[in-house]
Design a binder for this molecule. Structure first.
Ligand code: NAD
Length: 463
């Protein structure tokens, strides 16, 4: 079955076929895994322009962002896996115990079996294929369900994945809720879901039925604390790149809101306005360097956040929008009420509220009083503040003096905590998350200790 049309029976048959491939052992060899990783790189190279075009159709994504943050990141993920795979696959020798003397012990990474990857729309190529990198590197068969909200990217994946990867082991199923529900009804060895927490709960509930482990890559409100002791010019450029430069704020680890001090906020706001104009011009709705909003539902959701009565008067920069083109300008709001909608839900778009406090330390309590975010950021030169932030703020990941860049360090695990998700991937963590770590103990027949065998006695207990 090539992929695609929703059908419960066909879904069951597809999973059976995939399990047949897995059980035949085809996906376990080093060579098979390498061929799939090379296939992904070749697909990126051969189809680069078509991918850029699909991302332009789905999101108006600037070519630079598509080339760097989707294609480039995916290729470097494959390249790293290719470089390290032999080493990752090797059993890890570990110390045995005196209780089992003489013996040796090792941890063997084995593939889990059949895995389901459900992906989101905002980075529709990267978020679909990067988990596949981990799944195939670890020797699994997989079904990928891209997001229907990015239809051009989804159909591109359905068209080219079978051409570049082994379709007896990797399938793409397009569709929305009914198709995903049918997939979730199957028995999987792992479900890897990227998206919002509401659906994350549906995924987890479905997984319970078969006792399937899940990875949930969710979102949240990622805060940015800005101290007055900073290199303001650099900080502001990085904040803009980490907010509007990431898909116009439609990124899970982009800056959701800023907290700074009342004294410092005028300087910060001036600098943000100045730099935004330098980057995107005086009419940002015309800028070719900003993605548009993905669809009218999300456009309406975002403008509703701005329309709330207690919020609309707080706009100090931007605020322009064009529904016909699904564009919203970079917008800054100052001191919105904490109980407003914009401060209650993840923004996931080009709106940036700034909250102010008397002493910066108060911002730590504010963050700690809310759900644990996917990312938390601090801009400061002060070592004491950095130390306290890292020690006391719980988040999926932290970057100091930058935004989102921790994501590109493959030796760091990428994932959430609490409401922002569970499980992590990237680099070797991607291999590990799709592997079972099997404990293996090797014993010989020599030196068999009689004390463990009955009849038991007080004397044996004292040994
Ligand atoms: P989305 O609407 O594309 O949904 C994600 C997936 O869930 C899709 O494949 C969709 O078909 C499926 N889905 C939707 N409703 C479903 C249902 N009722 N039952 C089963 N499946 C269903 O994406 P989204 O949720 O709007 O994505 C945005 C969210 O994802 C944000 O919260 C963002 O922070 C988060 N996100 C997280 C990461 C990460 O790496 N942690 C990356 C991107 C996005």
């Amino acid at each position: 079955m090539a992929s695609n049309k929703f059908d419960v029976e066909a879904t069951t048959l597809m999973v059976e076929e995939l399990r047949g491939t897995f059980n035949a052992g085809k996906t376990r060899s080093y060579e098979w895994r390498v061929a799939q990783l090379k296939g992904i790189i070749k697909m990126m190279d051969d189809r680069e322009q078509e991918i850029i075009e699909a991302l332009r159709l789905d999101l108006g994504k600037p070519e630079f962002e598509s080339a760097v943050y989707e294609i480039g990141m995916l290729k470097s993920s494959c390249a790293r896996a290719l470089k390290e795979l032999k080493h990752w696959m090797m059993p890890e020798k570990v110390k045995s115990s005196i209780v089992a003397f003489p013996s040796s012990a090792e941890i063997v990474s084995e593939p889990l079996g059949a895995v389901l990857i459900i992906s989101a729309w905002n980075y529709p190529i990267l978020l679909s294929l990067d988990p596949i990198v981990g799944a195939v590197a670890a020797g699994n068969v997989a079904v990928l369900k891209p997001s229907e909200i990015a239809p051009a990217s989804s159909s591109l994946l359905a068209k080219y994945v079978p051409e570049y990867l082994d379709s007896s082991a990797i399938r793409v199923v397009e569709g929305g809720v009914p198709e995903t529900t049918a997939l979730l009804d199957q028995k999987w060895d792992k479900i890897f879901y990227t998206g919002n927490g509401r659906v994350g709960r549906i995924v987890m509930a479905a997984a319970v039925k078969h006792l399937t482990p899940v990875v949930l890559e969710l979102g949240g409100k990622s805060p940015v604390i800005v101290d007055s002791d900073v290199n303001l010019k650099v900080a502001v450029k990085r904040i803009i790149a980490g907010k509007w430069g990431l898909n116009n704020g439609q990124a899970c680890i982009s800056a959701d809101y800023i907290i700074t001090t009342k004294d410092f906020v005028p300087k910060l706001v001036d600098s943000l306005k100045h730099q935004l104009e330098k980057f995107y011009g005086i009419n940002p709705l015309e800028s070719k360097d900003l993605s548009r909003i993905v669809n009218s539902n999300h456009f309406d959701r975002l403008t509703k956040l701005l329309d709330e009565e207690k919020v609309s008067s707080k706009i100090i920069h931007g605020g322009q929008s064009d529904r016909a083109q699904l564009k919203i300008a970079p917008t800054i709001l100052l001191d919105v009420p904490e109980d407003s909608l914009i401060m209650s839900e993840e923004i996931f778009g080009p709106l940036l509220p700034i909250l102010t406090v008397d002493r910066l330390e108060e911002s730590f309590d504010f963050i700690r009083s809310r759900s644990k975010p996917l990312a938390a950021y601090l801009f400061t030169n002060r070592k004491k503040l950095k130390d306290e932030f890292v020690r006391t703020i719980s988040a999926g990941g932290i970057a100091i003096n930058d935004i989102a860049l921790h994501l590109v360090v493959p030796s760091l695990p990428y994932g959430g905590v609490g409401e922002s998700g569970m499980g992590s991937y990237h680099g070797k963590f991607s291999f590990d998350v799709f592997s079972h770590k099997k404990s293996v103990l090797y014993r010989s027949f020599v030196a068999d200790a009689p004390a463990r065998y009955p009849p038991y006695s007080q004397g044996k207990l004292r040994l």
